[in-house]
Design a protein around this ligand. Sequence first.
Ligand code: B12
Length: 271
Amino acid sequence: MPPDAQLLTLRACAQRLGVHYMTVYRYVRTGILPAVKEGSEWRVAAADLESFRSGPAAPLAPGDGKWSQRLKARMMAGDERGSWQVAEAAMASGLLPEKVYLDVLAPALHSIGDGWADGSVTVAEEHRASVVADRLIGRLGSRFATRGRPRGRIVLGTPPGEHHRLPGAMVADILRAGGYEVLDLGVDVPVDSFVEAVAQAAPVAVGISVGCTDLLPAVAEVTAALRHATAAPILVGGPAVSDAAHAASLGADAYAADGAEAVLRLGELAG
Ligand code: B12
């Protein structure tokens, strides 16, 4: 939103739209109408209200990219409740929880990352949005549970120095939905501890997530050390890894672009 934008209260918006205050509040909290917080009050840019008025929000189809834009706006506002409402509305439209991760939350985070890289998103805004994403994943997590005997255990973690936790958490949930039991070690895992956890867990596969290119040597260190502890295949993924050949150069057996592809790769590896 431009710094000199004319901002309206929700009551003023309700008056201009001829609807109840609570209706406007709902538009805001579900991401249909962009808004920012001033103190404890929501404010809407007059220009946003005008475009809303000229093209009232039609119900979104499950695959519509606008879900992601709506979620990004709520995350950028630090609005945990609103973010949850967008996710719920997306699921109510027919989107599976896995698709909420892959087609709504991940693109929103990627777009925030692009904004951080080009300077339009501040570090504080990125951190605040990341915390909202973290809470959202926590709430969505139970939707990925499956019944029955697991297809096997997978240990997931990041190399030492890596602090991107959200990608691994999403991959873990998608693997769970695929029938695997996942032991998620989280981020910044010391090599010795990674090896120890894998030796104890006897997994059918190990997954390593890496976001920072300067940590690729650390990934190679982890894969080399893991070879002494397990014969299980090692899967590497994350934005710092480009493809299967790149993953192989780091000592991994396979690469997957996301959790859904990881489930397919694991099925192939199991024969
Ligand atoms: C949120 C975020 C943060 C948060 C992390 C919060 C958290 N709790 O996770 C914070 C603020 C801490 C952070 C810090 C930093 N970040 Co950051 N961050 C991001 C951001 C915006 C989103 C990451 C995310 O969650 N993406 C959503 C997930 C779902 O997408 P994904 O990572 O691509 O993962 C998918 C696939 O890659 C795959 N996948 C991922 N892992 C695995 C693992 C396996 C086994 C498999 C099979 C698949 C798989 O599946 C996922 C699902 O689709 C990205 C932007 C981006 N483009 O992603 C930058 C980004 C990753 N960060 C970046 C940078 C540079 C940093 C910092 C160095 C910034 C700094 N100067 O301090 C630090 C590094 C900290 C560290 N040492 O790790 C760069 C990395 C560039 C690079 N390749 O080296 C990015 C790409 C931003 C950018 N555009 O430049 N960051």
